[in-house]
Design a protein around this ligand. Structure first.
Ligand code: OAK
Length: 826
């Protein structure tokens, strides 16, 4: 018998989905892709072999998808432009989409391998910071599931989001080398690489027809190389592509320098060019001076638009119908320079008249805003912008000139209005307002939750909304029920399916409500609680392994996982924990139902206050977890390196979801939805999508506290004085005193002074104002948790009534209200 992957001939080794066929395919890959046998294979080899086996089975739908976009003349595809796609681990979700989990599990078992262990071992690509990037990935999933032709365009960062480790309670960042072991899901498409210019100058010239034209002579050119990742819809028949660009040198090697002995200079060009896609910027930091970031944005936007124009030309369609081929969605302002770039490509590159080019451009683009925080609105100093993109600055000036002419015609004499609407902020240093460019260049602008859209229209973009009210609309965010329920919570998924059938997986909004009929069924309730307990035990095992902290699966799991930011108010949460601890200390014998308070999330590396809050949480955890008076009834843990993979273990285990941002600050939130569809009950403010979630689940199934957005404005207008709250609320005063006096820092009164002082003397996010209401709410939560049947009913109803928050619904909204596209699969 010949040595090899086995002696059975298998002609369909790349397509067969039976257990024997999959077994053969895995062995084949092991042998021919990584040069191994089951005896020599490492865990990574097994992963690769399984991943390639699964990828093979996606390629039929993949090739049909590419043909669909490049052949159909009457098809409009979405081009989703986003600087971040936080796609998470790929193996499990692709197996789910193809429906091959069971035969694959069986096949691997015959080889002594465990599918779940292989899935769990995947190192995820961290190509996003948080909400915005993960939303883009959920939308890619939904577009593929609904049959909406789409290409996601983004950046193939060499280093994604940093890995967070904790040393002595402090966050320490480590580089994320996600590509070190290769990434089996991507296909590099060198033939579609394009050159992108940067810097240099512009000149005018007369073309053959005697027209004055402008030419940009870039100082530098960088090669953009596409890396394609298939995004397959649930059911496995429809596949879209995520195309991520990496930067390479046009000439990787300068032989002139090499032959004259300057070896360093010979590769200098390569190193400089590659820096463009080197690293993902952590958000929550000021934008000043980040010329590389603007370079990144332009780099991927230019390559993507040129890719789309290539498709347009391949289809043989005239350029002035470009908008009928692509609906281009700007995911926040990071890709907003696309407005100027498309104008440049059409006007300078193809000689189109300005007015025609502008009509095409505005019909193509639409813009989603994802933040109300003024510091997160991108502005680029004119000097920096013009240095890197001289032609684009000229184009933006011309767009602005024409736009302000219209404004002045509509509102004669109102120079204040013109200044407020201008694409250029004239305050020193003069800067380009990217949100204004995005609004002016788009036919639709949306916020991501009803409250957020309302606040955009009445505050942040008030003048634009008055000028062009028809442009503004709301599309409330959603999350994919495939990854965030079916995949991450298989026990609950099976339980739901056993009662209402499996259609909820791709018809969540329509089907999940059927669960409501079982909300009071004692048998179903017991099953529901049993599953939650098993999920808590799984999370406990993880905490035990990584943190050495034992979590009691019979405790209420109360969880806040998200980026650490003052507006999200992790410090309000820890003040609550301190107050509960004080109550136990005051009367250790009193009844206290076991409570595990869990945190997780990364702080931007340069965000001083957020990093100190992480340290405070750790120090408080150490004191409480080690106090014999507490006796394990209250436990605090910080789950390190929160990412998609960790989220998939955390969401299913939560009883209570903490969504406690100051009203008016969180655009939507999506973690709130992920917790909710896994049966956690929200303790939250009327902020972002919480408002709509509460409407859906019913106010009796949501723990509300805190000021409303209008009250926040009102209290601030009257002169907010946080010290007054500390002085009049003894529980709050004591919690602050404990931190200040060093009770959680071995007597060190300095380490947390910045937090306490900030709360007492500034408190921009009104932690102290909401504290009493939060504590009152906490008492109601504890009371509800003690009534098992009541709480289980609340949990079931949260799942049953959150159908709206499927990203499938969001994508249908975009299709109907913004893109004018009909999903092919319903
Ligand atoms: C990141 C950088 C700049 C602007 C916004 C963000 C961002 O991540 N925003 C978040 O987007 C999510 C998806 O829409 C929302 O759910 C979050 O509320 C919002 O903070």
């Amino acid at each position: 018998m010949p040595k090899g992957p086995g002696n059975k001939s298998c002609h369909n080794v790349r397509t067969d989905c039976t257990a024997p066929g999959l077994r053969q395919a895995v062995l084949d890959n092991l042998y021919y892709v990584s040069g191994n046998t089951p005896v020599t294979a490492s865990a990574q080899d097994w992963y690769d072999a399984v991943a390639y086996c699964v990828r093979d089975r996606m390629l039929k739908a993949w090739n049909e998808g590419i043909e669909r976009i490049t052949k159909a003349l009457d098809l409009r595809a979405v081009a989703y432009l986003s600087a971040e796609f936080l796609i998470g681990p790929q193996l499990g979700s692709n197996v789910l989409a193809l429906g091959i989990a069971e035969p694959l599990r069986e096949a691997l078992a015959t080889l002594g391998q465990d599918l779940d262990a292989i899935v769990d071992g995947e190192h995820e690509p961290g190509l996003g910071n948080g909400g915005l990037g993960r939303l883009a990935a959920c939308y890619m999933d939904s577009m593929a599931t609904l049959g909406v032709p789409a290409i996601g365009y983004g950046i193939h960062y060499e280093f994604g989001m940093f890995t967070q480790t904790i040393r002595d309670g402090w966050q320490v960042e480590m580089a994320d080398k996600w590509l070190r072991q290769g990434f089996p899901w991507e296909i590099v498409q060198h033939e579609f690489a394009v050159e992108v210019g940067l810097g240099g100058s512009t000149e005018t010239f007369l073309d053959a027809g005697g027209r004055l034209r402008v030419r940009w002579n870039p100082e530098k050119r960088i090669l953009a190389v596409p890396h394609d990742i298939p995004v397959i819809g649930y059911g496995g028949t429809f596949c879209n592509v995520l195309r991520l660009w990496s930067a390479e040198a046009v000439d990787a090697f300068d032989f002139g320098s090499f032959s004259s002995g300057d070896y360093g200079k010979a590769v200098e060009e390569k190193i400089l060019s590659e820096t463009i896609s080197k690293v993902l910027y952590p958000n929550d930091e000021p934008y000043q001076g980040k010329v590389l970031r603007l370079g990144q944005q332009y780099f991927f936007v230019s390559a993507s638009l040129r890719d789309m124009l290539r498709v347009q030309q391949m289809l043989g369609k005239p350029l002035d119908t470009f908008h009928t081929t692509f609906a281009i969605q700007l995911n926040d302002t990071h890709p907003a320079v696309a407005v100027a770039e498309l104008m440049r490509l059409l006007v300078d590159g193809h000689g189109m008249e300005w007015e025609r080019a502008w009509a095409v451009t505005t019909k193509c683009f639409s813009y989603t805003n994802h933040t109300l925080l003024p510091e997160a609105l991108e502005k680029w100093p004119v000097e920096l912008f013009g240095g890197l993109l001289p032609r684009h600055l000229e184009i933006i000036y011309e767009i602005n000139r024409r736009f302000l002419e219209e404004v002045r015609a509509a509102y004669p004499g109102d120079e204040g209005l013109a200044a407020r609407l201008s694409l250029i902020d004239e305050a020193s240093p003069r800067s380009v307002r990217m949100a204004h460019l995005a609004v002016v260049g788009s036919h639709a602008v949306n916020g991501v939750a009803a409250l957020h859209t309302e606040l955009l229209k009445t505050h942040v973009m008030q003048d634009f909304a008055a000028l062009t009210p028809q442009k503004f609309c709301n599309v409330t965010n959603g999350v994919t029920p495939r990854r965030f329920l079916a995949l991450c919570n298989p026990r609950l998924a099976a339980c739901i399916t056993s009662r209402i059938g499996p259609a909820w997986i791709n018809r969540f909004e329509e089907e999940i409500g059927k669960l409501e009929a079982f909300a009071d069924d004692p048998g179903f309730q017991a099953q529901w609680r049993g599953i939650k307990r098993e999920n808590k035990a799984a999370l406990s095992a993880l905490a035990e392994k990584h943190l050495g902290v034992a979590l009691n699966p019979d405790a209420v799991f109360d969880v806040q996982v998200k980026r650490v930011h003052e507006y999200k108010r992790q410090h309000l949460n820890i003040l609550r924990v301190i107050a509960l601890y004080s109550a136990i200390k005051r009367d250790p014998g009193a009844e206290f139902s076991p409570l595990a308070v869990l945190f997780g999330g990364k702080a931007a590396p340069g965000y001083f206050m957020a990093k100190r809050v992480i340290k405070l949480i750790h120090n408080v955890a150490q004191v409480i977890n080690g106090d014999p008076d507490v006796g394990g009834r209250l436990t605090v843990a910080y789950i390190p390196n929160f990412n998609v993979r960790v989220g998939q273990v955390v969401y299913p285990a939560a009883d209570i979801s903490q969504q406690i941002s100051l009203a008016g600050k969180e655009a939507s939130g999506t973690g709130n939805m992920k917790f909710g569809i896994n049966g956690a009950v929200t303790m939250g403010t009327l902020d972002g999508a919480n408002v709509e979630m509460r409407q859906c689940v019913g106010e009796e199934n949501f723990f509300l506290f805190g000021l409303t957005a209008p009250e926040v404005v009102e209290v601030k207008r009257n002169g907010y004085d946080p010290r007054a709250y500390a002085a009049t609320d003894p529980v709050l005063g004591q919690a602050l005193d404990m931190i200040a006096s060093g009770a959680f820092s071995a007597g060190d009164r300095e380490i947390f002074r910045p937090i306490v002082d900030n709360l007492l003397y500034q408190d921009e996010y009104m932690v102290l104002a909401d504290f009493a209401s939060y504590m009152h709410c906490q008492a109601l939560v504890m009371e509800a948790c003690r009534d098992t049947a009541r709480f289980t009913r609340m949990s079931i109803l949260n799942v049953a009534r959150l159908g709206k928050f499927s990203s499938d619904r969001s994508i249908r909204d975009y299709c109907r209200d913004i893109w004018n596209i009909t999903p092919e699969l319903g």
